[in-house]
Structures are given as C-alpha cells and as structure tokens.
Design a binder for this molecule. Structure first.
Ligand code: SF4
Length: 511
C-alpha cells in the first residue's frame, strides 16, 4: 500500500524521516514509518466474559471497551473510514442499486433452489477430480478434516481466514488431536498468537492498537517490544510465517463463492495468503458453507463488484483466486458444511440472512459496533449480522445481542445483498420474548411502557410529572449504579412545554 492517504491516522507516519531497516537492510515492504502513541500504551480491553450457556453480557464488555479511550476512538474512526471509502466507491458506480437488487435476487433464487445447485456443484467438482464431503455440523466438519489429514500423515496445516472454521471451533479441535494450525492472514495470525477470537469478519484485529500488536509479537515471535512500527511488525510476521508455509503438510482455505456450473470455489483475499495455503502444500482442503453457492460463473461478476467495495472501499480484492481441481500430484477436498443453515432456511423471518456475503459493511456503519468492539458480542459473528445469526445457534446464550442496536437501519442500507437486517433484529426481539429468553426486569419494564403508551391521557400526565421531577430531583436519583443508561449519558434538560401542548395551543384549531 503506497498511498499514505489510504492508511488510518493511527497507522500513518507523522513523518517519513526514519527509514525502516533491520540490520542495515531496508525492509522490502516498508513504505513509511509510524511512532508509538505514547510511552505507556493503554492496555487492550478484552472481550465479553463467557460462562457456558449463560447469556452474554454485551453491555458489560462494551462498557470496558468504552473505558479505554484510545482503543474506542481508533476503532470508531478506523471503521468509519471504511464506511466513507465504501460510500465513495459506491458513488462511482451509477448502477449500484441495480447491482444490489441483482445480487439479492441471485441469492434468493439460489437459496430457494439450494438442493439442486448443491447437487450440481458436487457433480461438477467430482468430475474435476475433487473429493467432496458433507458435514451436518461443526463436529462432523472437524472430524472429516482430521480424517483427511490423518490419511496423509499431516501434522501441520496452514490456513487462510475462514469464519466458518471459527464457527466450527476448528483450531481448538485440531490442537486437541495434535495437529498444528497456522493462520496465514496477518490479522488472523495476530489474533491466533494473542489467543483471541477475530473481532471483525474482514479485519480480525481491527480493535488492536499497533502497540498491542507489538506486545503480542514481542512475546511470540521475538520482535522488539518498543517498536510498534506497522511495517516492521508486518514484515516480522511475514518472515516468521513464510518458513512455516513452505514446510506445511496441508493447506486450507475458506470459500467466498462456490460456482455450481463449474464445481470450483473462489476465494477473495488481499494478502495472497490463500494462494500460498492452497498451492504450496500438496493437499488442499476448502471448507464451504452451503449458502456460498451461486449458480453460474457470470453471477460472480455481480458479487465481486460489490464485495470489496462494500468491505474495504476498494474496487476489488488484490487476489480473486479460482480453485477448480487438484494440480498434478496433489489432492483437493471440499467439505460442504450445513451447521444449522438448513434449519435457518426454514425460518420465515430469518432465512434471508443466508444471503450474507460476509463483507462487514453493516459492522463498519453500526454505531453500537464501532463503539463497543467486536469481542464484546462474545460470539463468532458480531455487529448487526451477528445479532441475527448468533441466536440461531443458541437463543439463550445470545439472547441479549438483538437488543444491542438502535434499529437505525443503516446496516440494511449498506448491505450489498439487501438483507433487511434491522427488521430481523426487531423480529428476533419478538421471538426471544416468545421463547421467554428476555430477562424479567426488561419484560416488566416493556409491559409497563406498553400500558402507558396505550393510554394517551396517562402518558401525557406521566411526561408532565417526569419533566417537573427532572428539574428538581437530586442527581444521584438518576445517575447511580443501578441505572445503566445514566452511566454514559446526560439527560437533556426537559423543555418547558411538550410538543402536544404546543400543538394544541398553536395548531389545534387547524387540525
Ligand atoms: S449482512 Fe450484508 S452488510 Fe452485513 S456482512 Fe453480510 S452482506 Fe455484508
């Protein structure tokens, strides 16, 4: 990346006076320098606390993220940068809305004929010489991959970023059977070395300051703990990972699109790491969520134009790699994974969430996500898309998540496949009430509010009394430990007159 304007200020050099060298040699990929934020870096806030099946307390983890001002500011600004770049790219495509409609229609058609297209994909892949496997759930996926690796005597596996493997708990499983998995995506490798889940589906370590990365790398790959220059760190990771890739017994990729008419898969990356993972070892395994199918190669053009523009505000990913069959002397396996997708397909209000192409645009635009960090959701998928996917895996554990939204609709507006995200979030709230997965206090408060709002006279009397009380009550009545709302906000001064009484006085006779 040579244009400094493309970098977020946190990553950009205040000046370029220091060349980046190690042992007198300028690093190949070093194009600028950057300085530590301050001598004593702010500690990185960690994500939600997980207690088995108990509901994730997203608000508690978000409060800790908000209490780390450097992280919160950087995270908010960096993601808003992506949103603005996405907008600029979108305005450069006059037919953008037509593309979104087309992408949505292709996905809806495919999902409603999924069985046919999956059969076609499998038949074509087998014809190309690929071994095709079907996994009902995460456990079966992990067992299948382990079986393939065992058959080949493989002990090390290099892999590119894949949210599906995160969903399947793949790395911990492989560790338990003695197979070393090495992430090749820079952000994903940072998260692996820090023993932390990805916090964003496209930029997994976006919540980390470079001082956090310097700390992780100094402990794990031996970099200088006081050097948080991003190019130095990226180069160090590259040098540490490259020999591992060259020596690996097997490689694994995810899949952005699986094309039924060719039986091939397409993987979009910016680092070329998927190509290394797939092409260097003699064994390539691709994990594919069954919703990744598209019917024809020509449909790919629609999605490729939307994906990178929506994700990072760039016209195209650096690498759009097609894998169709094994190279001579090597083997290729596709594992098609359901893991709850068929069930979701049968949910009237939620099936269109399967259209998601994992671009992350809804996360970048979401004010709650930007200010609370992805790890506060305590789930594989965070942000708006997470709010509608996670409860399908475990309604109790993720019952708080659909409430972490203002329902402003910005997520739906930016979604390249036109998922009605905010409406599904609202539908989940209703569903969770039906399933009795909403805390008693919240339910009682909503019931009381419902009663009040359905009686206009009582509502107006309550508003008048509250406005009067707000002017006279001591502060501690509102701003105390029991009122989570008051922790981060000041109540506005109540107006002297309500809109209703103003309307009656000024416009009442014209109504
Ligand atoms: S829901 Fe839409 S905006 Fe969000 S990640 Fe999926 S495709 Fe992108």
């Amino acid at each position: 990346m040579s244009d400094p304007d493309m970098l977020h200020p946190e990553l950009r050099a205040p000046d370029d006076s220091d060349s980046i060298t190690r042992q007198g040699r300028r690093l190949d990929h070093a194009e600028a320098t950057s300085k530590p934020l301050r001598s004593r870096p702010e500690p990185q806030p960690r994500g939600a606390k997980i207690h088995g099946n108990r509901p994730i307390d997203q608000a508690e983890a978000a409060a800790r993220f908000l209490a780390a001002p450097e992280h919160e500011k950087m995270h908010d600004e960096r993601l808003w940068d992506l949103r603005q770049k996405r907008d600029r790219e979108m305005h450069g495509i006059p037919e953008w809305e037509e593309l979104r409609s087309l992408a949505s229609a292709i996905k809806e058609h495919t999902l409603t004929h999924l069985d046919e297209y999956l059969d076609q994909f499998e038949a074509n892949a087998r014809r190309n010489g690929v071994h095709v496997h079907w996994a009902r759930d995460a456990a079966e996926h992990n067992r299948i991959v382990h079986g393939i690796l065992k058959d080949h005597g493989a002990k090390t596996l290099v892999k590119s970023k894949s949210m599906l493997t995160e969903e399947c708990g793949f790395r911990p499983y492989m560790a338990s059977v003695g197979i070393e998995v090495i992430e090749t995506d820079l952000g994903e490798r940072i998260q692996q070395l820090d023993n932390e889940d990805p916090s964003h589906i496209v930029v997994p370590a976006v919540h980390k300051l470079r001082t956090d990365v310097a700390e992780v790398f100094s402990k794990t790959i031996g970099t200088d703990p006081d050097n948080s220059d991003v190019h130095y760190l990226a180069e160090a990771q590259r040098e540490s990972n490259r020999p591992l890739i060259l020596a690996a017994d097997a490689g694994m990729t995810g899949c952005n699109f699986a094309v039924a008419e060719t039986g091939g898969v397409v993987v979009c990356t910016n680092e070329g790491n998927a190509d290394l993972s797939a092409n260097v070892p003699k064994l390539h395994i691709a994990s594919i969520g069954i919703e990744k199918i598209i019917p024809r190669l020509e449909h790919l053009a629609v999605f490729v134009r939307l994906l990178s523009r929506s994700a990072l505000g760039s016209p195209i990913t650096q690498y759009t790699s097609h894998f169709r069959g094994p190279r001579q002397g090597s083997e290729m396996h596709f594992v098609l994974v359901d893991n709850g997708r068929s069930e979701r397909l049968g949910l009237d209000e939620f099936w269109t969430s399967l259209k998601c192409i994992r671009c992350g645009a809804c996360m970048n635009t979401c004010p709650v996500y930007r200010r609370s960090g992805g790890l506060s959701y305590g789930a594989t998928y965070s942000g708006p898309i997470g709010l509608i996917i996670d409860p399908t895996f475990n309604a109790r554990k993720y019952s708080n998540l659909p409430f972490a939204s203002t329902l402003n609709g910005s997520c739906s507006n930016v979604c390249p496949v036109k998922i009605n995200i905010h409406e599904q979030i609202y539908a989940w709230r209703r569903e969770l009430v039906k399933q009795h997965e909403v805390p008693f206090v919240k339910k009682a408060a909503m019931k009381a509010a419902g009663e009040l709002l359905s009686r206009p006279a009582a509502y107006r009397a309550a508003i008048a009394a509250t406005n009067l009380a707000l002017g006279h009550l001591p502060r501690f009545v509102l701003y105390n430990g029991l009122n989570a709302w008051g922790k981060g906000r000041e109540n506005p001064r109540p107006p002297r007159q309500s809109f209703h009484s103003w309307h009656l006085a000024n416009r009442g006779d014209k109504a």
